[in-house]
Design a protein around this ligand. Structure first.
Ligand code: PA5
Length: 464
C-alpha cells in the first residue's frame, strides 16, 4: 500500500477533550470484530461483489485496452451518459489522471479524445454539448446499472436520434456502447435489439461501488489510463483492509473514528484534497458516504436516522472560504485532508528583482507553498482542537488512485457495519426515481401519481 493514514489529530492526545481516547478504541474490540466480520465475511457476496472488481484477468484487461485504443484512434470526443454512481467514477478518475485542461489541449498533445461526462439533464447543458462535439466522430458510453434511470435514458434517446440523422442508422449503432446489468432493464433490451456493444455490470455491484467494474474501466480504457496499475493499487488496498487488527487496517480505523465522532455530534465530514486533480474525488467520496450511510432505519428496523453530511472543500482555495468556519465554528466536523507528496509538475517562484514584493516567496516553489499551506491548515485546526486526519498520496498515479477509490469503498462499508445499517440500498433515491416516472406518465406508476397529486400546497406559504 502506498497511501499513508495519519489519524493523530483525531485523538485526545492531540486535540484534548474533543478527541477520541485510546481506550475508546481499545474497549470497542467487539464492535471492531463484528464490523470487520460483516464486511470481510461477505466479501464478493450479495451487494459486496464490488470487493472482487479488481480481480479481473489479464486477458480481460487486454480486451478493454484494445477496445479503448480502437475508440481513441477514431474518436474526436468520448461522451459518458450516466448519473450518480454511473458517472462519478469516470469523472473523478478523468480529472485525477488526465491533464487538468485535457479538452483544451491541441489534438496533437492529447492522448485521448475530448472527454465529457454528462451527469445532468439541464437542457442548456445538452445544447452546449451539441455545440462542441462533432456527432460524426463522437462516441457515447451509456452507463446505467438499472437500465431504467430517466436522466440517462432521456440523454440516450436524444443523442441516438441525432446520431442516426448525422451518420445514418447503421453507423449510429457503432457510436453507442452500453454498460448495464446483463439481462435486466429497459436499456439492455434496447441495446440487444439495436445491436450496440454491451459491457456488463455484475449483479452485486451497486452504482456507487462500481467504479472499478466496467462502469469505470471502459471509460478509463478509452482515456488511455493504465488499468492494470489501477487494479493492482485497488488489490493492495483490499489486502490492507482485510487486516483483522484495527491498528493496521486504515479503512476499519477511520470508519470507527468517524462513527465514534458522529456519536459526539460531529455530523459533518469534510473532505479536503490539496490537489486540483482530486477536486472531483471529493464528489466521489461525498456520494458514497452520503448515499450509503444516510439511512432511516438500522438492519433490525429500528429508527436511527443516521449519516454524516459530507462536505467538499479544496485546498488551498477553500482556506479563503470555509476554513474560518472549520476552525472556529461548531465542533460538528471531521476534516479529512488528502495531501500529495510529489505533484506532476514543479513550478518555481523566480527571484525576479522587478517584482520586489513577497521576498519570502522568491526562490521557493508552488509545490513547497501548497505543502506548507496544507500543513498550516492542519496545524490551525489541531490548535483549535478540531478533529482531522490526513491521507497522504506519494503521487497521483493510476495505482494510488486505485488505492484511494478502494479505501473509500471499504471505509464506507465498515462505517455502515459499525452503524448496523444496510449500506448498499438507497430507498430515498428510489422514491424520487418512482415519483419522476409517475410525473412523466410512465405506465405502472398511476398510484404514485395519485399520491403526488393529493399533496396540496398551502397558498398562504407561497411568496410571489
Ligand atoms: O449509487 C447508486 O446506486 C446511485 O447513485 C446510482 O448510481 C444512480 O442512481 C444511477 O443509477 P443507474 O446506474 O441505475 O442509472
Amino acid at each position: 500500500m502506498k497511501l499513508k493514514f495519519d489519524y493523530n489529530n483525531m485523538m485526545e492526545s492531540s486535540i484534548g477533550e474533543h478527541g477520541i481516547k485510546q481506550s475508546d478504541i481499545d474497549n470497542a474490540g467487539n464492535a471492531h470484530a463484528a464490523a470487520f466480520a460483516e464486511v470481510i465475511n461477505n466479501s464478493g457476496k450479495g451487494w459486496q461483489e464490488w470487493a472482487d472488481t479488481p480481480m479481473i484477468s489479464d486477458a480481460e484487461i487486454n480486451e478493454l485496452n484494445e477496445f479503448g485504443k480502437n475508440i481513441r484512434e477514431k474518436a474526436s470526443s468520448f461522451v459518458v451518459l450516466g448519473i450518480g454512481g454511473s458517472a462519478l467514477g469516470p469523472i473523478c478518475v478523468f480529472n485525477a489522471l488526465l491533464h487538468l485542461h485535457h479538452n483544451e489541449l491541441p489534438a496533437a498533445m492529447r492522448k485521448a479524445p475530448k472527454i465529457y461526462v454528462e451527469d445532468n439533464i439541464d437542457p442548456e447543458r445538452m445544447a452546449s454539448l451539441l455545440d462542441v462535439i462533432d456527432l460524426k466522430t463522437a462516441y457515447f458510453n451509456v452507463i446505467t446499472k438499472s437500465g431504467e434511470t430517466s436522466e440517462t435514458l432521456s440523454q440516450f434517446i436524444i443523442l441516438y436520434n441525432l446520431l442516426k440523422k448525422a451518420v445514418g442508422e447503421k453507423a449510429a449503432k457503432e457510436h453507442i456502447f452500453v454498460t448495464t446489468t446483463i439481462g435486466k432493464g429497459a436499456l439492455y433490451a434496447v441495446a440487444q435489439k439495436e445491436g450496440f456493444k454491451i459491457f456488463g455490470i455484475p449483479g452485486g455491484v451497486g452504482g456507487r461501488f462500481s467504479v472499478l467494474s466496467n462502469v469505470g474501466l471502459v471509460p478509463f480504457a478509452v482515456m488511455g489510463i493504465d488499468i492494470k496499475s489501477m487494479l493492482d493499487g485497488a488489490k493492495a488496498m483490499r489486502a490492507a483492509c482485510e487486516r483483522a487488527d484495527i491498528k493496521t487496517n486504515p479503512a476499519l480505523m477511520t470508519a470507527f473514528l468517524q462513527v465514534r465522532s458522529m456519536q459526539d455530534g460531529k455530523n459533518i465530514s469534510v473532505i479536503m484534497p490539496y490537489a486540483d486533480g482530486l477536486k472531483t474525488m471529493a464528489d466521489f467520496y461525498c456520494q458514497i458516504w452520503a448515499e450509503s450511510l444516510g439511512k432511516a432505519v438500522d438492519k433490525a428496523g429500528k429508527t436511527v436516522n443516521c449519516g454524516q453530511t459530507p462536505a467538499k472543500s479544496l485546498g488551498v482555495t477553500d482556506q479563503h472560504s470555509q476554513v474560518q468556519l472549520y476552525t472556529e465554528g461548531p465542533f460538528d466536523k471531521v476534516v479529512t485532508f488528502i495531501g500529495v507528496e510529489n505533484f506532476g509538475a514543479t513550478i518555481g517562484i523566480p527571484a525576479d528583482e522587478t517584482a520586489d514584493i513577497g521576498d519570502f516567496l522568491k526562490g521557493h516553489t508552488m509545490n513547497e507553498l501548497i505543502t506548507a499551506e496544507r500543513k498550516s491548515t492542519e496545524f490551525a485546526l489541531t490548535k483549535a482542537k478540531r478533529s482531522n486526519f490526513t491521507i497522504m498520496m506519494p503521487e497521483v498515479t493510476a495505482e494510488t488512485v486505485g488505492e484511494l477509490l478502494m479505501y473509500f469503498m471499504y471505509e464506507t462499508a465498515f462505517a455502515g457495519a459499525y452503524l448496523g445499517i444496510d449500506t448498499f440500498n438507497q430507498p430515498g433515491v428510489e422514491e424520487g426515481k418512482k415519483a419522476t416516472f409517475a410525473m412523466i406518465g410512465r405506465a405502472g406508476y398511476e398510484q404514485k401519481l395519485r399520491e403526488l397529486n393529493s399533496i396540496e400546497k398551502n397558498v398562504a406559504y407561497i411568496i410571489k
